[in-house]
Design a protein around this ligand. Structure first.
Ligand code: ATP
Ligand code: MG
Length: 588
């Protein structure tokens, strides 16, 4: 479908929110007006790939490449790239790869695919935190020389014990007042790999009595003798995330560094660090501003990389792109659309207050977008034969079905009608329940796009299971002919010609968890997995679906939205995944 490659359009009517208000204020006051590239580079050559365009507003999306992106990340991506579009700025794609142990190229590649799939473009602005390691190291040396950092040789346990509590101040390390020369010496030994992991760390020297524990001399560098996915064995010391992140933002001249609420208490350190480096001439003002917003919490899902990794590693699902998973790779394979995610991000907005979004909000956005972009097709998911006794054997005629009821320009396709059809098993009841309007002996329904038929009975096997329903058609009642309305019926059912149908594997996916808050109350979240989240059936599809291409999406009439599986669809032999049903079956 053409929608796949459409770029994300900036929203026509931007919804105002507190972040936009801050940016509007900064634009009005000219805070970043002088900003632009080509400023004084730091001592390391980290500005070698300085981009030429002097965008005023710069945001970034900074994933750590230690897992696949999930639906929560989509909120952050749409927010950051969306703001850059709205203000004619730039959004940087930045891999925050400061932790050598957990990061892998596979994750980098998957993240790139996911962001591009969502429809966003970072142009030349793709960066890796590891490219700044030289600058970060020199900045740390500067902090030591300026009396703002020291190498602490306490054990991890001693450091923990001396940190104090929320009500008591911390205790200064015995190494806190050591001469800068000594710290510099030790720091370079750490870098050279002369000391074991855990024997010493570099700490910022701020305030052991600060009410904000994050300011009680936080660690900024640690020894790690691990191979890094990009810098290999060049480094034996790695910066802490809280030290690296503000520097990355400042070097890239990010104006608004948007992160989730758990970093609120880190903001004072963020500002402290950048101010110290600016005072030392290593960075230029204006400095980036950190702004926190509430992360997405989604019911019936888990949005934590740790839990997602567990689901994949323990094989509760079939890989990172399992259509049940709330990863973006999984959602894409499931048939969720990039347009649906952008709509979702717009609809949920951003705020400072933590809240839960009901999964049905996401499903509604997918329905809304798919309703617009998906052509209609006919599929019988639980087939039983319908035999039109008075229709001549061997006869065949064309019926015409619109591809999209709201888009006549998409035309109609022909569906062949014959004597033997497949219909849904639940479109027949031998003894109808109250209010049942479909097939039962003596009742008439319309075969959608075909004739009105009157049910005359059924055939059963020895176990009493219905194996065929019999009916007679009423000539002159064909849809689209003058006599179509001559017989009024309440039921309208879909069908496919048995001689033409293609028997196809269809996977009926549902929510991965059966409870809204998986693992709530310290329960193992795995106990809340929905065992019915995947059902495989063989459905009878109309012949036009035979040539579906991977990722072609359709509404199967009366059922929901389905996508030809990205991996398993072969030429002439599609496999379909259900993205979402037409109606919410989870409502209480
Ligand atoms: P996790 O908690 O799953 O490990 P993370 O925050 O550690 O996620 P990162 O790779 O650091 O994962 O995230 C990249 C960006 O995405 C960050 O800016 C982060 O704030 C944002 N992000 C992560 N999870 C969510 C969420 N649930 N809602 C909104 N933004 C999120
Ligand atoms: Mg993180």
């Amino acid at each position: 479908m053409s929608e796949k490659n459409k770029p994300a359009a900036a929203s026509a009517t931007p919804i105002s929110n507190f972040i936009r208000n801050i940016i509007d204020g900064d634009v009005a006051s000219g805070k970043f007006a002088t900003r632009g590239w080509g400023g004084k580079p730091g001592p390391a050559k980290t500005h070698a790939n300085t981009p030429p365009d002097p965008a005023k507003i710069r945001t970034r999306f900074p994933p750590e490449p230690n897992g696949y992106l999930h639906i929560g990340h989509a909120k952050s991506i749409c927010l950051n790239f969306g703001l850059a579009q709205a203000y004619d700025g730039a959004c940087h794609m930045r891999f925050d790869d400061t932790n050598p142990e957990k990061e892998e190229q596979e994750y980098v590649d998957s993240i790139i695919h996911a962001v591009q799939w969502l429809g966003f473009d970072w142009r030349e602005n793709i960066y890796f935190a590891s490219d700044y390691f030289d600058f970060m190291y020199e900045a740390a040396q500067h902090l030591i020389k300026a009396g703002h950092a020291y190498v602490d040789e306490q054990s991890a346990e001693q450091m923990r014990n001396n940190r104090g509590t929320l009500t008591e101040p911390g205790t200064a390390s015995p190494w806190r007042e050591r001469p800068a020369e000594e710290s510099l010496q030790r720091f370079s030994e750490m870098r050279e790999g002369k000391h074991d992991e855990g024997t010493m760390v570099l700490r910022a020297k701020i305030d052991m009595a600060s009410p904000n524990i994050n300011l009680r001399d936080p660690a900024v560098y640690r020894i790690r003798k691990a191979e890094h996915h990009r810098t290999r064995d060049k480094w034996s010391v790695y910066p802490m995330y809280t030290y690296a992140h503000p520097i990355e933002d400042a070097l890239e001249r990010i104006t608004h560094s948007i992160c989730t609420l758990e970093f609120e208490d880190q903001r004072p350190f963020y500002d402290w660090l950048l101010l110290r480096l600016a005072e030392g001439g290593l960075l230029e003002k204006p400095l980036p501003q950190q702004i926190e917003f509430a992360r997405l919490n989604l019911t019936y899902a888990v949005l934590s990389k740790r839990k997602l990794i567990q689901l994949v590693n323990e094989k509760h699902v079939e890989g990172w792109d399992d259509p049940r998973l709330p990863t973006l790779a999984g959602a894409r394979r499931r048939g969720y659309t990039a347009g649906g995610f952008r709509l979702f991000a717009e609809r949920i907005g951003v705020s400072k207050a933590d809240s839960w979004i009901d999964y049905s909000v996401l499903e509604d956005c997918m329905r809304e977008h798919l309703n617009d972009v998906a052509e209609r097709r006919i599929a019988v998911l639980d087939p039983v034969k319908l035999i039109i006794d008075n229709y001549p054997e061997g006869q065949q005629e064309d019926c015409f079905a619109p591809n999209h009821p709201q888009k006549p320009d998409l035309g109609k396709r022909t569906v062949p009608l014959t004597r033997e059809l497949w219909i849904e098993r639940d479109d027949f009841m031998e003894t109808p329940s109250k209010g049942y309007f479909r097939l039962f002996p003596g009742n008439s329904v319309r075969l959608r796009y075909g004739y009105v038929v009157k049910c005359i009975g059924c055939q059963k096997d020895d176990k009493g299971r219905v194996i065929a329903v019999h009916c007679e058609y009423i000539p002159d009642t064909k849809s689209g002919t003058p006599g179509a309305d001559s017989v009024k019926v309440k039921g309208n059912i879909h069908w496919v010609s048995a001689a033409h149908a293609i028997a196809t594997e269809v996977r009926l996916y549902d929510r991965l968890f059966k409870t809204p808050h998986p693992g709530a109350g310290d329960k193992d979240f795995l106990l809340d997995l929905n065992p019915d989240a995947k059902k495989i059936i063989t459905a009878q599809l109309e012949p036009a679906l035979k040539d579906a291409q991977p990722e072609d999406r359709f509404q199967f009439e009366r059922h929901g939205y389905f996508v030809a599986d990205l991996r398993d669809t072969q030429p002439g032999a599609p496999v379909f995944n259900r993205a979402v049903t037409l109606r919410d079956s989870w409502k209480a």
